[in-house]
Each structure stands twice: as C-alpha cells, then as structure tokens.
Design a protein around this ligand. Structure first.
Ligand SMILES: NC(=O)c1ccc[n+]([C@@H]2O[C@H](COP(=O)([O-])OP(=O)(O)OC[C@H]3O[C@@H](n4cnc5c(N)ncnc54)[C@H](O)[C@@H]3O)[C@@H](O)[C@H]2O)c1
Length: 247
C-alpha cells in the first residue's frame, strides 16, 4: 500500500514505540495520523512531532480496553476523514511492579483487556471503514514474550501469544475485506515499559539481567517493520520478531 494520502490510527501513541512509529508514518507520507492513548498531555507532544513530520495529527484520548471509547475513535475518524487505511494496534501494559502471581487481579484483568481485547476490538472496528476505503493494513504489537514462557509476566506473555494467534486467524480478512493483518514481536526496546510502573524509575529485578545482556532496540526499529508491512502487499498474517543483539 502506498502511504501517500493515507489515514492511520496508532494506539499507545503518547510515547515509546507508538509515538516513534506515528512520526515515521508521517515522514513516509501519511496525510493524517490519529494518536490514541490514555495520556492526554503526552499525546500533545506526539501531535507536535507528527505535525513537524508532515502529517495532520489528531489527538484522541481513549482507553483501548473500552468498546465504547474505541467506537468513538473510529466514528470520529469516519466523520472527519471518511476513510481508514492503517491501524497500528500497539497500546500495551505489563504486570507492573508486582510479578505474577502477586499481581492484583484488577491489574491482571487490565492486562488482558488492553493487550488482547483492545487488539481484537480495534481490528474488528477497523474492518468496515477499511473495506469502504478499498482495503487497509492492521499491524498488531505482540512481543518476543509470545514465543517462550515468562513466569514473572505470565499474564502479559499469554496476551502476547494470543495476539500472535489472533493475527494468524485473521488471514482470510485479506480476501473478504481487503484488510491485511500482520504482527510485530519486539525484543527489548528502550521505552518506559521496561520500568513496569515500578514508581521508582527502576527496571524490576527479574528484568535487569536480561536488559544488561543485550543491546536495546529503538522504537524506530519496530516502526521500520510496521512500514514494511504496510508497503508490501504480499504480507498477510505474517509474524516478524525483532531480535536484540547480544552484548
Ligand atoms: N518496550 C519493550 O521492550 C517491548 C517489548 C515487546 C513488546 N512491547 C510492546 O510494545 C507496545 C508499546 O510499548 P512501549 O514499549 O512503547 O511502552 P510504553 O509504555 O512507552 O508505551 C505504551 C503506551 O500505551 C499506552 N496505553 C496503555 N494502556 C492504554 C489503554 N488502555 N488505552 C490506550 N493507551 C494505552 C500508554 O499510555 C503508553 O503511552 C506494547 O504493546 C508493548 O507490550 C514492548
């Protein structure tokens, strides 16, 4: 797909991989990038960067775990632009300061709701507007944690494995709706996610040795995979893992 003139929606766009990719979509020619996140203030900074990169930014403060709020996002996109070409389902959270199984049940439920429910509902709501636009591309953010057990982050890992499996099951949508769904599995990326909401701004003890053993990726390393999925019309239900280099 040619990004020129495209309308893209990016979730988790207030910082990290979402922000970096939103800027890259703008640089690559998207006409508008709709920035979805729960962090209103940081979305304003992302919007300024997207504007400077050449696309119209639209701030949409919404929780991807809420069907009502997601419906509002897509309704706004429809009334404003009348088309939708790209959806980057990227918002995600981990266990936080307390590892599995000590994580509060409310937090465990939120991980499932943001990481899996948000991806499923976002994809579903994007299908009809993309079909009307002549087709589109959905890219889901999973994780390297999808491929192997990760006991301290059992809930996170399960949701990310679910995102991989969901993506594979979406292969027929290319035929039925003209929508190609693909999935990127980042290794460790230098973002605030690594701090796991520990409050003290420190990487949790179980994660520190892993972080020390590799070269961290940059958000742009993931953004390049997203742009490649969009550009290459042959990519359908593909899962691309971005590995860290060992130190
Ligand atoms: N950083 C890594 O090492 C790494 C590795 C593998 C996968 N990932 C995945 O990459 C994605 C982006 O993470 P990141 O590293 O940029 O982390 P990040 O914490 O910097 O960014 C995540 C963004 O998602 C937003 N978000 C959280 N809950 C939300 C909700 N309910 N609705 C809307 N927005 C919400 C946050 O506010 C934040 O801006 C996540 O899905 C994460 O699981 C990250």
């Amino acid at each position: 797909m040619d990004l020129a003139g495209a309308v893209a929606v990016v979730t988790g766009a207030a910082r990290g991989i979402g922000r970096g990719t939103a800027v890259m979509l703008a640089e690559a020619g998207a006409a508008a990038v709709v920035l979805v996140d729960v962090k209103a203030e940081q979305l304003t900074e992302s919007a300024a960067l997207v504007k400077a990169a050449g696309a119209e930014p639209v701030i949409s403060v919404a929780d991807v775990a809420s069907l009502d709020e997601l419906r509002r996002v897509f309704a706004e996109v429809d009334s404003r632009f009348g088309r939708l070409d790209v959806l980057f389902n990227n918002a995600g959270i981990g266990e936080g300061a307390t590892d599995w199984p000590g994580v509060a049940p409310e937090r465990a439920a939120a991980i499932v709701d943001v990481n899996l429910r948000g991806v499923v509902l976002g994809t579903q709501l994007a299908l009809e507007p993309m079909r009307r636009s002549g087709g589109g591309v959905v890219v889901n953010t999973s994780s390297g944690a999808a491929h192997a057990p990760l006991p301290p982050q059992a809930v996170y890992a399960a949701t990310k494995a679910g995102v991989v499996h969901f993506t594979k099951s979406c292969a027929p949508l290319a035929e039925t709706h003209g929508v190609r769904v693909n999935c990127v599995c980042p290794g460790l990326v230098e973002t605030q996610l690594l701090l796991q909401d520990t409050g003290g701004g420190k990487i949790p003890a179980w994660l520190q040795p892993l972080v020390d053993s590799v070269e961290l990726l940059a958000p742009e390393d993931i953004g390049r995979v997203v742009l490649d999925f969009i550009a290459d019309d042959s990519k359908i239900a593909e899962i691309v893992t971005v590995e860290n280099r060992e130190r």
